[in-house]
Design a protein around this ligand. Structure first.
Ligand code: GTP
Length: 355
């Protein structure tokens, strides 16, 4: 089966992490985020993937080449971002399958353990134009929701509301019949969520909902990105792309964790990163060459390449951009983001609320 991977977004909610690296390439549990998706796609029977790129397009081919994790890879770039539907239509030019074949479409920022072959099987049984993975969430008011009827047919795409009619939301993984992709207008900005799916339902086409409540996470925010990495390291979602066994921490080559440091809770320690004695790092992501000095505490945070945390500093739910430095004794909490290269002098900040 062929697939299209949507990876052209700017990832604005994840800045400053996405200034230098597109969201789907951010190191997650030791490898680019997409490596986990490629491995899972392969396991689900996908043998060829078309990457729909736009933002920093050239970095994708540089990262994966023409074959990775047992999947052949092709790259199609948009000069101007075409939105999710326009990107799918644009990428379809590189598909080789026939008009009635199923094509899997994946958002490039979703970690999902759902049963893709079961979703494809439902699609084929129903003779659907499109079959969407829907996942139940605790608080559907934060999402658009997608009700289905007794036969599993999608009846509407509803905007965010304080009184949602269902807890099912669009989980960002679709099976399209090839000819339903070819029917999307060419060279236009189109949103599948706002235009293609509602139009298909309106026209009476069969749009099915495949509801499954397994592991699912949209890693679009810093909190979710840290959670995704943590869950992979801890083995809450199995991934054959992870370069090591699941456990309390994943330490990559050339990293140095002092025997006198506490590093646990699914922390990833990047290449050449250092954690000194007396430091505590819990449930965090330390990218390559990051440095945590003696006595510092880092929890639920991301330290980008070469970022440094000084002695005794405390970080909780913080993002440090590439090369950012937090001087000794600072205390940063609740959503603080330090831009690349910024240097906070000793004890410049003691506390901050949600950004
Ligand atoms: P935010 O800016 O933080 O909302 O992130 P995003 O840019 O990734 O947007 P969003 O999470 O809504 O996108 C969902 C998926 O579609 C992601 O995998 C994006 O990479 C992808 N995507 C969004 N817009 C485009 C586009 O115009 N072209 C392509 N090729 N992909 C897109």
């Amino acid at each position: 089966m062929e697939a299209i991977l949507l990876v052209g977004g700017q990832g604005t909610r994840l800045r400053p992490l996405t200034i230098s690296t597109p969201k789907p390439l951010l190191p997650t549990a030791g490898v680019p985020f997409l490596a986990h998706q490629l491995a899972r796609a392969r396991a689900a029977g996908v043998d060829r993937i078309v990457f729909a790129t736009s933002y920093r397009a050239e970095m994708f081919e540089a990262a994966f080449g023409t074959r990775a994790h047992g999947v052949d890879l092709v790259y199609v770039s948009e000069d101007e971002p075409l939105g999710t539907g326009g990107a799918i239509r644009n990428a379809a030019g590189a598909l080789t399958c026939g008009p009635d074949e199923p094509v899997l479409i994946l958002n490039g920022d979703i970690l999902s353990g759902h049963d893709v072959p079961a979703q494809v099987a439902l699609h084929e049984e129903a003779g659907a134009a499109v079959t969407l993975h829907l996942t139940p969430v605790d608080d559907p008011s934060r999402f658009g929701c997608v009700p289905t009827d007794g036969e599993g047919r999608v009846t509407a795409f509803l905007e965010k509301t304080s009184h949602p009619v269902t807890d099912q939301i669009n989980a960002g993984c679709y099976v399209f019949r090839r000819k339903a992709i070819d029917a999307i207008p060419e060279d236009e900005v189109v949103s599948v969520e706002r235009e293609t799916f509602p139009d298909l339902i309106e026209s009476g086409a069969v749009v099915m909902g495949y509801v499954e409540s397994g592991y699912w996470l949209d890693v679009g925010t810093p909190e979710a990105f840290v959670q995704g990495s943590r869950d992979l390291v801890l083995g809450r979602l199995a991934s054959s792309a992870m370069p090591g066994e699941p456990g309390e921490r994943l330490a990559l080559e050339r990293s140095r964790v002092s025997p006198g440091a506490v590093v646990r809770g699914g922390t990833a320690v990047g290449r050449g990163a250092v954690v000194e004695a007396g430091a505590t790092v819990i449930g965090s992501v330390l990218l390559d060459e990051a440095f945590v000095a003696e006595g510092a505490t880092v929890r639920d945070s991301v330290l980008s390449r070469g970022a440094r945390v000084g002695p005794g500093a405390v970080l909780d739910g913080v993002v440090l951009g590439d090369g950012a430095v937090v001087g000794p004794g600072n205390e940063l909490r609740g959503g603080v983001r330090v831009w690349p290269g910024i240097k906070l002098p000793p004890t410049a900040l003691r506390f901050s609320t949600d950004a």
